[in-house]
Design a protein around this ligand. Structure first.
Ligand SMILES: [Zn+2]
Ligand SMILES: [Zn+2]
Length: 86
């Protein structure tokens, strides 16, 4: 019952996913701020020495990452950050 911290819509990230149909019939995924006004979290990943500017839309343990970084983590190669090397 930690409803103060997370809501079902945004899963605590502060961003909610929605899809918009494009003119050519495809779907485009986008994110907007949670209507409850949670502060958005940004991806904790980094690439090229810069913090990732994307909104964090996936959770992995205690970390929050964007879709691309969470995919890299699941592949077992969280590259681009030398300090993470064992
Ligand atoms: Zn929320
Ligand atoms: Zn990222």
């Amino acid at each position: 019952m930690d409803g103060d911290h997370h809501c079902r819509e945004c899963d605590g990230t502060g961003w909610v996913l929605y899809s918009t149909e494009t003119k050519d019939g495809g779907f485009e995924e986008a994110y907007r701020l949670c209507p409850k006004g949670h502060a958005p979290r940004y991806c904790m990943g980094s690439s090229g020495g810069h913090l990732c500017p994307r909104p964090a839309t996936r959770r992995c343990g205690s970390g929050y990452y964007c879709k691309e970084h969470i995919a890299a983590i699941h592949e077992g190669r969280d590259s681009d950050d030398p300090s993470e090397l064992i």
